[in-house]
Design a protein around this ligand. Structure first.
Ligand code: J9Q
Length: 254
């Protein structure tokens, strides 16, 4: 897969992609990542990538010319996904990450200031994506988030250890709590069952912790969850258990 990022801060993208699993994926040839500066596709004396808005008002707008020229210089195939990262887009989900992972060529457009000239959205972009409702200074961090979510889904990128199958959202539930040594840290001990060596009991405890946490913290995920027959048994058991004093996870206190 090829991923090109159009950004006035290409070093921000390059540095964000030069670590850990994403770095290894590039070295292994699973993905070819590059950042491109639309400034290199300007023709005016000041190499300007932005200009004042028609109709007046505060701020600056990204000019269409350098964005179109940067994309066209990549000679994208007709099935390339050209994705704008903006607060106006649909919020990125794991299902959308899977969909982008099917594409052979992704081109990400990072906005700044008051956003893009509308003709980029109308005549160049195929998709418009947000990563959530908060104000950022530009689309670079959202682009890095999208790349991370997509690249880890590509075949051969995750080792068996890190495999994507058991992650949160692969079955729509939050993960169970994890513990490592020491078994007593400052008087805080780990759940007894994890030391029992009873693998079936451990699996049941973990599944119930997933249910407990998802119910308490993410009622939206819990409503959408489709339990199996064995899940239904565990959900009933959980509802009959006396709440433990350390189970401080009511949605009230968040
Ligand atoms: C470009 N806030 O925010 C959330 N998803 C994308 C964005 C964003 C922003 C400002 C500029 C993208």
């Amino acid at each position: 897969m090829k991923i090109d990022v159009i950004t006035i801060f290409p070093e921000m993208i390059r540095s964000g992609l030069s670590h850990s699993i994403i770095k290894r994926a590039q070295e292994a040839g699973r993905v070819e990542l590059a950042a491109h500066d639309p400034r290199d596709h300007t023709t005016d004396r000041h190499r300007s990538t932005d200009d004042t808005p028609y109709g007046g008002g505060a701020g600056m707008v990204m000019r269409p010319g350098p964005i179109f020229a940067a994309v066209e210089s990549l000679e994208p195939p007709s099935d390339a996904r050209i994705v704008m990262l903006t607060p106006q887009g649909k919020t990125l989900t794991q299902a959308m990450a899977h969909e982008f992972a099917q594409s052979s060529h992704l081109i990400l457009l990072c906005g700044h200031y008051e956003g893009f000239d509308e003709r980029v959205r109308e005549h160049l972009a195929t998709d418009e994506i947000s990563i959530g409702d908060y104000v950022l200074t530009g689309g670079e961090l959202p682009a890095l988030v999208l790349i991370d979510a997509v690249v880890r889904l590509l075949p051969g990128v995750l080792g068996s250890e890190e495999s994507a199958a058991g992650d949160t959202f692969s079955d729509g539930l939050l993960e169970y709590p994890q513990y490592t040594r020491p078994p007593d840290f400052r008087g805080w001990t780990i759940p007894e069952v994890l030391l029992s060596g009873n693998h079936a009991a451990i699996a049941n405890w973990r599944r119930k912790e997933q249910f407990r946490r998802t119910q308490a913290r993410r009622p939206d995920l819990w409503s959408a969850f489709q339990p199996s027959k064995s899940d239904l048994k565990l959900i009933k058991q959980l509802s009959e258990e006396i709440p433990s004093p350390s189970a401080g996870e009511s949605s009230e206190e968040n």
